[in-house]
Design a protein around this ligand. Structure first.
Ligand SMILES: Nc1nc2c(ncn2[C@@H]2O[C@H](COP(=O)(O)OP(=O)(O)OP(=O)(O)O)[C@@H](O)[C@H]2O)c(=O)[nH]1
Ligand SMILES: [Mg+2]
Length: 461
């Protein structure tokens, strides 16, 4: 018996456009009415049947493969029919309309985005972190991100979370049992090594949090903004990092007017690199376009995870140039992560003066010399220290829940360390830690959050 009985749903499961094969999927408590109408016969479960897919008059819309996955052995856990036809948009629309028509009697309707996966979650086929990993796998922008999503989908992340929850539950039971027998409390907890157990749970959680943070990095990447005066070589640097001629490069100051961005990957970590219009005083802008371009540059700098402040070695020392450098430096947002990069090293035969900032990087966007040092620095700034093999994909939502768990465990550790061990407070912090962890796998999640998560899926998934 399914936990949730809902309307039967139908959708095209393959991406829009033309393809060799396209799939229409129907899911519901019992979809045999649709099977009989469209396939003209009952289907052997989980067997591929090659047959005409029929319209209302009994004529073939297409010749294709039909698969029936009876509940509960299907993606959604419900009765599922999958129709594989030729992947043309019109054919698939016809099939979709036909399924709606044939299923009108049982109330078949179009699926909402993510509704198939939502049902898989509601029917306990997968937990919430796995459902999210499906979307992350589909959207992965690098191989490392795809592999870590696949690892989360297989349940690696969820198992770690459930293991932590189990250990917290054990401890909760111990503490709560002790609450009922106050006279023995301290002794009892000491013997059971409650504090040692709590410390080990906190240490294990710190490890999971670290791996999740690495996974979130693989999923979301980092926004890096290239900023500096006109003509310092920002667009040249973007092109060098991307290995393609993306942005226009000319000796004319003010070449770049609008933001140009490209996602590059370094060791599988996606970096969204944004080239901006060169910065100079507002009254110095040649025209309205450049003025707006500079405003956008400042906007991008505000939103950046890190700013590469690019300097031109060939011009350093000239009064106007140096004054403009100081002007930009004074306007950079406080707390922003800045990497000072000195460009055009190739044009300096012998360049004696080392940049003041010991963390500064000297390179040449033209020859590529020094780019590796910049790449390594960007990874370092991103906080990337893992090898992709051990990482599972994670979202801000997961990091947030893990951080709250850590905070509750830290409070629990404080309570446990007190001489007058505040057991009721300790028990409460453990409960909160347990609930926060439960949000990740969906064991403890509000309905509106579920709606929000699944609505971001594509239709048919
Ligand atoms: N010698 C040398 N010239 C460079 C280097 N990088 C860029 N240039 C030259 O500097 C000039 C400006 O380069 P761009 O990449 O357009 O500079 P920008 O910072 O994007 O300039 P704006 O878009 O106007 O703000 C061009 O003539 C480039 O060929 C470098 O590493 N070495
Ligand atoms: Mg430019």
């Amino acid at each position: 018996m399914l936990k949730h009985q809902r309307d039967p749903i139908v959708a095209i499961a393959t991406a829009p456009g033309r393809g060799a094969v396209g799939i229409v999927r129907v899911s519901g408590v019992d979809v045999s009415a649709v099977i009989l109408a469209v396939c003209g016969q009952p289907l052997k479960p989980r067997h591929a049947s090659y047959l005409p897919l029929l319209d209302a008059k009994g004529e073939a819309i297409d010749q294709g493969i039909a698969l029936h996955f009876p509940a509960p052995n299907s993606y959604t856990g419900e009765d599922v029919l999958e129709l594989q036809a030729h992947g043309g948009p019109v054919v698939l629309q016809l099939l979709l309309a036909r399924c709606l028509e044939a299923g009108a009697g049982i109330g078949v309707r179009l699926a909402r985005p993510g509704e198939f996966t939502e049902r898989a979650f509601l029917n306990d086929k997968i937990d919430l972190a796995q459902a999210e990993a499906i979307a992350d796998l589909i959207e992965a922008s690098t191989e490392a991100a795809a592999r870590s999503a696949s690892r989360s989908l297989s349940g690696a992340f969820s198992r770690d979370i459930e293991e932590l929850r189990r250990r917290i539950v054990d401890l909760r039971m111990l503490v709560e049992a002790t609450l009922d027998f106050p006279e023995e409390e301290i002794d009892f907890l000491e013997k059971a090594d409650a504090r040692g157990r709590l410390d080990r749970i906190a240490a294990a959680l710190a490890q999971v949090l670290d791996r999740a943070q690495q996974g979130a990095l693989l999923r979301d990447g980092l926004r890096i903004v290239l900023a500096g005066q006109p003509n310092v070589g920002k667009s040249s640097l973007l092109n060098a990092l991307a290995g393609a001629e993306l942005a226009i490069v000319t000796p004319i100051p003010g070449t770049t007017r609008d933001k140009v961005s490209e996602t590059i990957q370094i060791e599988g970590v996606p970096l969204h690199v944004i080239d901006t219009a060169g910065l100079r005083g507002e009254h110095e802008a040649a025209d309205e376009v450049e003025r707006i371009g500079m405003q956008r540059s400042w906007g991008a700098i505000e939103d950046a995870d890190a700013v590469v402040f690019l300097h031109d070695l060939t011009r350093a020392g000239s009064t106007d140039y140096d004054r403009a450098e100081q002007d930009i430096a004074s306007r950079l947002p406080e707390g922003a992560r800045i990497v000072h990069v000195f460009n055009k090293a190739d044009a300096m035969r012998e360049w004696a003066g080392a940049p003041h900032d010991p963390g500064a990087i000297t390179l040449s966007a033209r020859t590529g010399e020094g780019l590796d040092v910049l790449r390594a620095r960007l990874l370092d700034i991103a906080g990337w220290h893992a090898s992709p093999e051990g990482v599972f994909i994670a979202r801000t939502r997961h990091i947030d829940a893990l951080s709250r768990t850590r905070a509750h465990l830290a409070l629990a550790q404080q309570m446990a360390a007190r001489a007058d061990a505040a057991l009721d407070l300790l028990a409460e912090e453990l409960r909160l830690a347990h609930d926060a962890l439960g949000e990740i796998t969906g064991a403890f999640t509000a309905d509106d959050l579920l709606g929000e998560i699944f609505s971001r899926f594509c239709i048919g998934k």
